[in-house]
Design a protein around this ligand. Structure first.
Ligand code: PRX
Length: 653
């Protein structure tokens, strides 16, 4: 946590509009009044084991638990001694009755190709791929890496791993070869599932090419299974590389799901923290799946006849919990779209909603702000009357974007669920229940049942109502992360040492007099750029790994569409002079090291960086500089921080 926040966060946003659920929505909803929500929440707080024990009956277990929770802070075991299989819960159990012919995945590729996988198709494809993985020596506990475009096979890949108890690690297709290699090396994956490429804005994303570069430094990967999506020519290493369609064609569709312990790892998902190296967030099977199933029901009020469209990629936690595990555990119909929202034009999402009669849309504030900028004419061209519920996730939503979303996309009739949660929390933590909670633009409103948050100073003292502070969670919950892969010390230090006895979220928040939570953003060195989480230090390490760079500091600058933009202050090695060419070279270097999502928007050269006497970079000052001035047009300009640095003392940082 950076010292500058210290728990005293100034909050300026005042928003008084409140929208109660309509009587019609409430009458059909699972939780239909605020009193019912409050009863559930209080029951869960007072008797978490009784509460979650009842909720967990929603899953199919192979063996029941002996205890609901074993809590040895900061380590939790949920549904102790029970066994189950996540793929069986998400697929097989829906194939026994009429739902076997229900659409599990309705997919649309960016070029316009379409496919529907019914639950029984998903079962067959998953079982075949699982048999292939077994043939390649994957055993329960072995990690499988997934680096794929958003095609149905990406979901099949995750579920095939789950079927045989092999934890998956999905790496977003926008990450570079270096980033992929780092993640594979950290988790020691044995097999890589990838594709020749994917489609994005009419161009091929060269996944196999990046994978080949990565694999040069990943000796643990013995076999690579390549899904053919773009059919352009790619390198192929005989013995190591196999075409997906060839190996699965020979595979048996019969592969019984392996019942694993409730605490068996389901996946590792890497995310950025406040130090250079990404963290491998470890989620296990029983608690995670209970959390996803329960929250999908409460928050999306998902019903059998819904058509649900979550726009996240499976490379992020939203894709794990609310494209795959939550909705499929409930037997829902999920719409998947491979490409960009503005391809071939800015109406793509609205066309998808009209074509498939989507009833629930879950997307990110950054996308909503882009839709606003593109203009109402695009959604107005399409019939969006099938929508009944809207959701947002990933960053605070400004009230203006919220109101636009409600009016233009929701036609004034759809409740909006602003869902606060994190890769670490596994499932939604703070959100309205659409039939119960009055919504307030910009507020994620109230904690879900089983979630006990508090807002505290850095000494752990609760702050008064209306004051900003640090958001912590006081009780364990089933979908919580269990540790960081291979680094339990960092797990303890990052989440459980800042505030005594509590899970520290890294976010600042405020609670108003109505009990609504307002998330104020990160209080650590984590950026949120277009809903993607990035570490300033990760970008700094990428920059200093370039031979010309002596030192670098990266900060966020407010950005109207993407929430934050990336600004890097760079000191070059002596003898190097700043120029536009060097600036471009450094931007390209960051793309190579991490991926295009981390490309600095602005690189400013400086002869030295402003530091405190103890050597800490004065980030607040850099943030002010980054926010307050236009991009320097003269490429040779050098910022001079030496005077400022001398004027500031350590306490002021
Ligand atoms: O700062 C919060 C912000 O996103 C962070 C978590 O990022 P990540 O692990 O990538 O997960 C994103 C998808 C769950 C949080 O610490 N955040 C997420 N949702 C919201 C939010 N900030 C405000 N309002 C939200 N609804």
């Amino acid at each position: 946590m950076s010292s500058e926040h210290g728990g005293a966060i100034h909050s300026v946003l005042i928003e008084n509009r409140s929208f109660p659920p309509s009587a019609e929505f409430a009458s059909r909803a699972r939780v239909g009044s605020i009193e019912e929500y409050e009863r559930l929440w209080t029951r869960a707080k007072d008797d978490p084991e009784g509460f979650w024990g009842e909720i967990a009956a929603c899953l199919t277990w192979s063996k029941p638990w002996s205890r609901v929770l074993d809590w040895q802070p900061p380590h939790a075991r949920w549904f102790v001694d029970a066994t189950l299989n996540a793929a069986e819960n998400c697929v097989d159990r829906h194939c026994v009755g009429a739902n076997r012919n229900k659409a599990a995945i309705i997919w649309e590729g960016e070029p316009g190709d379409r496919r529907v996988l019914r639950y029984q198709d998903l079962e067959r494809e998953t079982a075949k791929l699982a048999n292939v993985l077994k043939r390649f020596g994957v055993r329960p506990g072995d990690v499988v890496a997934i680096y794929m475009p958003l095609v149905p096979e990406a979901v099949v890949a995750m579920l095939a791993c789950a079927r045989i108890g092999a934890p998956h690690t999905v790496v977003f297709g926008g990450f570079s070869a270096e980033a992929l290699a780092g993640r594979i090396q950290d988790c020691g994956a044995k097999v890589l599932l990838t594709a020749d490429g994917g489609w994005r804005r009419g161009k091929i994303v060269p996944l196999k090419e990046q994978a080949d570069l990565a694999l040069a430094t990943c000796p643990t990967v013995e076999n690579v299974i390549v899904y053919q999506r773009t059919a352009h020519k790619v390198g192929f290493e005989p013995g190591r590389d196999h075409w997906w369609h060839e190996v699965t064609a020979e595979a048996s569709p019969d592969c019984p799901p392996v019942a694993v312990d409730s605490e068996h790892p389901l996946f590792i998902l890497y995310t950025s923290g406040s130090t250079g190296k990404p963290k491998g967030i470890l989620h296990t099977t029983g608690g995670y799946l209970v959390g996803c199933h329960a929250t999908t029901g409460w928050v999306f009020d998902l019903r059998d006849d819904d058509t649900y469209f979550c726009t996240a990629d499976i490379g992020w936690i939203t894709g794990h919990s609310y494209v795959v595990y939550g909705p499929l555990a409930r037997g829902a119909t999920v719409v998947l779209y491979e490409g960009a929202p503005n391809w071939p034009d800015e109406a793509r999402f609205w066309k998808i909603i009209e074509d498939y009669r989507v009833s629930i849309l879950y997307t990110a504030p950054t996308a909503i702000r882009a839709f606003m900028k593109w203009g109402e004419q695009y959604p107005l061209r399409h019939d969006l009357s099938s929508l009944r519920l809207l959701g947002t996730v990933g960053e605070p939503i400004n009230p203006e974007a919220w109101i636009w979303y409600q009016r233009v996309i929701g036609g004034g009739r759809c409740p909006i669920v602003d869902t606060w949660w994190q890769t670490e929390t596994g499932a939604i933590m703070i959100s309205p229940l659409p039939g119960a909670t009055p919504t307030v633009p910009g507020s994620a409103t109230r904690p879900l049942p089983g979630v006990v948050p508090e807002i505290v100073t850095k000494d752990g003292k609760p702050v008064p109502v209306g004051h900003g502070g640090l958001l912590v969670i006081k009780q364990p919950w089933p979908a919580m992360l269990r540790t960081l892969h291979g680094d339990d010390d960092r797990y303890r230090a990052t989440y459980w040492s800042e505030i005594d006895g509590c899970y520290f979220t890294g976010d600042g928040a405020r609670r108003d007099e109505n009990g609504n939570y307002w998330i104020l953003g990160r209080v650590d060195d984590v950026l949120n750029v277009a809903g993607h989480r990035l570490s300033t230090m990760e970008i700094e390490s990428a920059l200093v790994s370039h031979a010309r760079v002596a030192e670098a500091a990266v900060v966020g600058r407010p950005d109207d569409i993407r929430g934050q933009a990336i600004v890097a202050f760079v000191t070059l090695e002596s003898g190097q002079s700043p120029s536009e060419a060097v600036r471009q070279e450094l931007r390209a270097h960051v793309v190579k090291e991490i991926g295009a999502l981390a490309r600095p928007d602005d690189i400013r050269f400086s002869e030295s960086l402003p530091k405190t006497r103890s050597g800490k970079i004065m980030r607040r000052l850099l943030r002010d500089v980054a926010a307050g001035r236009e991009t320097v047009g003269d490429t040779s300009t050098i910022e001079d921080f030496s005077v400022l640095a001398r004027l500031r003392s350590d306490d002021e940082v």
